[in-house]
Design a protein around this ligand. Structure first.
Ligand code: HEM
Ligand SMILES: *[C@@H]1O[C@H](CO)[C@@H](O)[C@H](O)[C@H]1NC(C)=O
Ligand SMILES: *[C@@H]1O[C@H](CO)[C@@H](O)[C@H](O)[C@H]1NC(C)=O
Length: 483
């Protein structure tokens, strides 16, 4: 065969290849990706994105990007091509299409620390099963009786240690409260006991790693957190074995049947490894989030005397009525009757934004409002950006609980439910949203009735992007007796 004959034989294949190439090119160029900047190779724009900023703002990075590209833009974050959304409609679309077009996708480092069975990283059926167990455990009946009562007991325990004119970290106190409540509810561990304190200490190290750079080298926070994870796991494992022994000996007390550990051992067929990760992720999801929300309420209230005044009136009325009828403990009707308090809680969550954005990825090629989102790309719905969007909420930077008396005071012909999602939504809506509100309401009740407080040092909530008061929110308190 001569060269020209060979060429003729291969011509069809060459043409076919050329055609494929052109088609691929055309498909690529026909893709209408959102505008944006992919930044540096690999690093992308991650550093800009993670630069700390005030939690009641969306941060300079995002502000600049929105003004340059609009509310939906592309970027390169955490080493992956990413679509960032500050758009209310698109956020809702993403959240409602979980499992069909999008899927939960947290960075691998989170999975490494929380465990592969953690509810935050699981998807599909396994996620659904774990979620069902958690929801059963946080169900309405348990909230009404058990959890409300425990929340009140633990609130009073924390508040009773506050001395007049002493200065302390309100954030640490709030964390003490929510940790004790979760430890009790999950494993029947009592506050102040040596083992509870030890678990708390390990857990703090562990948390620092979850939010740090995932560099597994000696001396890094991530490495220490991995070590803490195994210490915490051994701890929970010991508890579990102890419990199984007791269950066999049938000397188990009623209270122990009632905690999550007892419940999963009896009523589920989870493996020990799955139980460990479930407990760890519940501690993780349900502890700092609500503690920081309580700290935010303490912060906003000391800065808003008129809100505090109206709030006190509401709780005084409840307390006086209870005193008259000789009741001691708050009950579910009391909780439900705290109308203005619920406005304060919503407003705190709207302005404070404890969870800023969710991690998702496209599991199909998606088209939304003319934009293409290729399968496999990460998608970050920034729920906080909608809460702080002046085209959605009137004067979004004002702490104004009264807006909730008009359904959030959102602009235009839409309901708040389209725009207010502090707890995410859809198939992954926060399993502890009602518990978090109960914790906030009960804590606020006893706080405003028994104390005056002010900041002992300037501090403000920052987004790292996890939200925290860098100085711990130092406050100074005085007792007051109103009822
Ligand atoms: C104010 C406090 C809280 C806030 C702002 C909050 C926020 C959230 C958000 C936004 C999600 C969705 C994550 C995603 O879709 O990727 C979530 C999930 C979750 N939260 Fe909360 N949370 C709070 C308190 C709690 C508490 C007290 C618990 C109690 C245990 C809890 C348990 C969970 C669980 C188990 C999930 C995973 C649900 C699932 O994947 O199906 N959270 N939370
Ligand atoms: C607070 O927000 C929730 C949505 O998360 C809404 O259902 C509720 O009605 C709001 N409460 C008030 C008092 O507006
Ligand atoms: C909002 O729109 C719906 C239909 O889309 C309409 O029935 C309703 O009257 C509108 N409400 C207001 C306040 O304009």
């Amino acid at each position: 065969m001569s060269d020209s004959e060979l060429f003729l034989c291969l011509l069809p294949s060459i043409l076919a290849l050329l055609l494929i190439f052109i088609l691929v090119q055309r498909k690529q160029t026909r893709l209408n990706l959102p505008p944006g900047n992919m930044g540096w190779p690999f690093l992308g724009e991650t550093f800009g994105y993670l630069k700390p900023y005030s939690a009641t703002s969306i941060g300079e990075f995002m502000e600049n990007h929105i003004s340059r590209y609009g509310k939906i833009y592309k970027s390169n974050l955490f080493g992956e091509p990413t679509i960032v959304s500050a758009d209310a409609g698109f956020n809702r679309f993403i959240i409602q299409n979980e499992g069909r077009l999008f899927e939960c996708s947290y960075p691998r480092s989170i999975g490494g620390i929380l465990g592969k069975w953690s509810m935050l990283v699981l998807v599909g059926d396994m996620h659904r099963d774990m979620r069902t167990i958690s929801l059963k455990f946080l169900n309405h009946a348990r909230l009404r009786t058990h959890l409300l009562r425990e929340a009140e007991k633990n609130t009073l325990l924390v508040l009773s240690s506050w001395k007049d004119n002493s200065v302390f970290s309100a954030q640490d106190e709030a964390k003490k409260f929510t940790f004790n409540l979760m430890a009790k509810h999950i494993m029947s561990m009592d506050p102040g006991m040596a083992e509870t304190e030890q678990l708390k200490k390990e857990y703090i190290t562990f948390m620092k790693g979850v939010v740090s750079a995932p560099v597994n080298l000696p001396g890094t926070a991530y490495r220490r957190a991995l070590q803490s994870r195994s210490t915490v796991l051994k701890f929970i494992e010991r508890k579990m074995e102890e419990r199984m022994r007791k269950m066999e000996e049938v000397i188990e007390k009623k209270a122990e049947e009632d905690d999550l550990l007892g419940w999963v051992l009896k009523h589920s067929n989870l493996s020990p490894e799955q139980i460990l990760d479930l407990i760890l992720s519940l501690l993780f999801a349900g502890h700092e989030t609500s503690a920081v929300s309580i700290s935010l309420a303490i912060y906003f209230l000391q800065d808003s005397p008129t809100v505090l005044h109206q709030l006190r009136e509401e709780h005084l009325a409840i307390a006086r009525a209870k005193k008259q009828s000789g009741e001691m403990e708050l009950n579910w009707d009391d909780y439900k009757s705290m109308e203005f308090t619920h406005c304060v809680i919503n407003e705190t969550l709207r302005l404070g934004n404890v969870v800023r954005f969710l991690h998702r990825k496209a599991i199909n090629d998606v088209r939304y409002k003319g934009y293409d989102i290729p399968c496999g790309w990460k998608v970050l719905p920034v729920i906080s950006a909608v809460h702080l969007d002046s085209s959605v909420f009137e004067e979004p930077h004002q702490f104004n609980p009264w807006r909730w008396q008009q359904n959030g005071n959102v602009k235009g012909n839409t309901s708040t439910s389209n725009h207010f999602m502090p707890f995410g939504g859809g198939l992954r809506l926060c399993a502890g949203s009602e518990l978090a509100k109960v914790e906030m309401a009960v804590f606020i009740h006893h706080l405003v009735l028994n104390f005056q407080w002010g900041l002992a040092d300037k501090d403000q909530a920052m987004a790292f992007p996890f939200v925290e008061f860098p100085k711990g929110l130092p406050i100074k308190v005085q007792h007051q007796k109103l009822v």
